[in-house]
Design a protein around this ligand. Structure first.
Ligand code: HDD
Length: 692
């Protein structure tokens, strides 16, 4: 164990004196290791007298507490991390000299942190927002950080605009709200005046921004990076993470309610999946292309507001990420992990994407503000798992002990005492790119098309997805108070698609404004890209999803057993919801504990639900607002609902008596169960004729 990975309490040498409490637990000590009888009562003079200044136990405890917080991240403050392993499944040595990709079956430990962007650390998980997907690979050649999002493009083309973007999307500076929401004037004012953000706002208004959980979303490196092989030849690469369980999102009304019912919905989901052994997995995939292909594409691959369609350059899987260990300590690991886009290893390099170039400065810089010292690289979660040797020294919180007199180079000390020497073979060498031109502060013309790919995204969506995008624009722009912003946004959307703009204008009760003038003509000849639609690529499996079953005293034990067996066989999970969390007595006399209290577990927490009350239980539920909300929400959120033999009164009381459709099959007997469970693989019954 290295010095920096010792658990607290094991620093130093206790020598002969091994202190142990009588019950075998560790002995309670001060931070100096001095055993103390209690840290629950201050030292006072007399019975009710003043507290003594000499009470170092009190002072130390309060002092430590007073300094527990550090600044939260300026963006992506709310995040959740986990450990895992990456295993390569391809030999990519022809295109990269990165050891990690040098052969099939190479494994490296990783740390992943998922996040929302705009909200503060204590905000809620289901904000309509981009999700961060940051992966630190602890490779044999040093740390590689792939700091991506769940959306493959970005709002802006130049890092210079990042402070403006973030100021605009965060809470408004005078009033300090809204929290974790883009639905306000400043964000849409910025977006309306920033046509390059139009493509990204389409993604942000799509269901991608309200994922069902981290486990069901894609990730993207966003920028075009380079792979560089042993001969120094470069290949462009776009990185993708593909969830093995397939993509899934919630609907907006569901997101709003989840935030109230369980603001930690995403982190709890990740924790539960990992701790129950249902390990989340993503395939790492690459789009590899050369300069000629880049030149043929109808946009500039250095422009981070553009993607490379999967139909134009295939996505090939090169390995798999498995998250297999939750953190031991949220602060020490998830909060202190420091991702830096500049962290690359030999064989992986940057391009001249101006957003990426700016990021390479920003991430290193921000860690100083957050973590307080350049020695943040020594924290266990950040420390490389390979040797580190250089002449950097000292600084706040130095925990390394670099021995010897040499802290400079060149030096004339004898071999073996000179300190670390470069190894040209092993070294990272920047791609040798010819650079010409005069300095300028001007956006290249090749970055001028702001709408054509936004249009491709729009026409690639199913009707349901398009409707959700329209609804999201209408919702967000309805929260804007300066009405001209609505018209300015719709004026931009007219360049994407007339139908989209007309629907948004109609939803806002706005007469259609004149289209804004695009910088270059919009390309209407670009084909749709079916890969961009979530629904067209639905996984058709209930694996990793959760069925909530409502029971009462007298519920049918045989149907319950069949449901549980078959959902688990489909690799889903079951949670029992009952009027009392102590559980119910089933019709065979057995006792069934509940996982959740009905009043505390609305149906938004489940992917599908079943109601199996007894006849008496159903009469009770029909009077219970929580039960009525449960079925109403499940119905309105297009969920599959298993209807037990006695459940009709609950649906009648909820006003759904005549509405039950094919998404609400009867599960009256164990024989009914397999059709119901098979049907769950469709995830939602979108055919239900309700406005979503
Ligand atoms: Fe960033 C955090 C992703 C543009 C500056 N960013 C941060 C995180 C993710 C991203 C996932 C959270 C990392 C973690 O979990 O600790 N950011 C992106 C993506 C971008 C992007 C995919 C565009 C392609 N970011 C971007 C720009 C800048 C920054 C252009 C600045 C010029 N980002 C930061 C930051 C953060 C950050 C201020 C806050 C905390 C941190 O870095 O460590 O430096």
């Amino acid at each position: 164990m290295t010095e920096s990975t010792r658990p607290i309490g094991q620093h130093g040498n206790a020598g002969e004196l091994q202190q142990q409490a009588t019950d075998g637990e560790e002995v309670l000590t001060t931070a100096q290791g001095v055993a103390i009888p209690t840290n629950q009562n201050s030292l006072t003079a007399g019975d009710r007298g003043p507290t003594m200044l000499s009470d170092f136990v009190l002072r130390e405890k309060i002092f430590r507490f007073d300094h527990e917080r550090i600044p939260e991240r300026v963006v992506h403050a709310r995040g959740y991390g986990a450990h895992g392993t990456f295993e390569s499944s391809a030999d990519l040595s022809e295109v990269t000299r990165a050891h990690l990709f040098g052969a099939e079956g190479r494994t490296v430990p990783v740390f992943v942190r998922f996040s929302t962007v705009a909200g503060s650390r204590g905000s809620f998980d289901l904000a309509r927002d981009v999700r961060g997907f940051a992966v630190k690979f602890y490779t044999a050649e040093g740390n590689w950080d792939l700091v991506g999002n769940n959306i493959p493009v970005f709002f802006i083309q130049d890092a210079m605009k990042f402070p403006d973007l973030v100021h605009a999307v965060k809470d408004e500076p005078d009033r300090g709200f809204p929290q974790a929401q883009s639905a306000h004037d400043n964000f849409w004012d910025f977006a309306a005046h920033m046509p390059e953000s139009t493509h990204m706002t389409l993604w942000q208004m799509s269901d991608r921004a309200i994922p069902r959980s981290f486990r069901f979303m894609e990730g993207f490196g966003v920028h075009t990076f380079r792979l560089v092989n042993a001969d120094g030849a470069s290949t462009f690469v776009k990185f993708h993470w593909k969830p093995v369980l397939g993509m899934q999102s919630v609907v907006w009304n569901e997101a709003v309610k989840i935030n109230g019912a369980d603001p930690d919905f995403h982190r709890r989901d990740l924790w539960d999946a990992i701790t129950s052994g249902d390990l989340p997995q993503w395939d790492l995939a690459m789009q590899l292309f050369d300069q000629d292909t880049a030149d043929e594409l109808p946009f500039d691959v250095l422009d981070p507001t553009k993607l490379v369609p999967e139909e134009a350059v295939p996505v090939q899987v090169v390995g798999r990420l498995t998250l297999d260990r939750v953190v031991d300590n949220d602060f020490a690991e998830t909060e202190q992990v420091a991702f830096c886009t500049q962290n690359v290893v030999p064989g992986i390099d940057f391009t001249d994407d101006p957003l990426l170039q700016g990021r390479n400065f920003s991430y290193l810089d921000t860690q100083l503000s957050r973590l307080g010292s350049p020695n943040f690289t020594q924290l266990p979660v950040n420390a490389p798992r390979c040797p580190v040797a250089n002449f950097a020294r000292d600084g706040h919180m130095q925990t390394d002990l670099p021995a010897g007199p040499v802290n400079y180079e060149p030096n004339g000390y004898p071999t073996g005492h000179r300190g670390p020497r470069p190894d040209q073979e092993a070294s990272f060498t920047s791609f040798a790119e010819p650079v010409t031109g005069t300095t300028r502060r001007l956006r290249p013309e090749s970055f001028g098309d702001h709408y054509s790919q936004a249009r491709v995204f729009w026409i690639s969506q199913t009707e349901i997805e398009q409707q959700h995008i329209v609804d999201a624009y209408v919702f967000e722009l309805s929260k804007v108070q300066r009405e001209e912003i609505r018209a300015e946004m719709v004026a931009n959307l007219r360049n994407v698609d007339e139908d989209l703009a007309a629907q948004v204008a109609d939803g806002l009760g706005l007469s259609l404004p004149a289209a804004s003038t695009p910088f270059v003509p919009v390309r209407t000849d670009l084909p749709a890209s079916p890969a961009l639609s979530m629904l067209r690529n639905q996984p058709q499996t209930f694996a990793g999803r959760k069925l909530g079953i409502v029971l009462t005293d007298g519920s049918d034990a045989a149907v319950l057993a069949a449901l549980r067996d078959q959902v688990e066989a489909a690799h889903g999970t079951v949670e029992i919801v009952a009027p009392k969390v102590g559980g119910v007595t089933l019709d065979d006399g057995s006792r069934q504990p509940a996982d959740q209290l009905l009043k505390g577990a609305p149906s938004v927490l489940y992917d599908a639900v079943a109601l199996l009350p007894s006849a008496d239980g159903a009469r009770e539920l029909a009077r219970d607002p929580a039960a009525k909300d449960f079925v109403n929400d499940a119905f309105n959120h297009f969920k599959f609902i298993g209807v037990g033999s006695n459940a009709s009164p609950v649906f009648a009381a909820a006003g759904l008596g005549d509405d039950l459709d094919q998404g609400c099959p009867t599960v009256a007997t164990p024989e009914d169960v397999s059709a119901f469970v098979d049907g769950l693989a469709a995830l939602r019954f979108w055919e239900r004729p309700i406005a979503g």
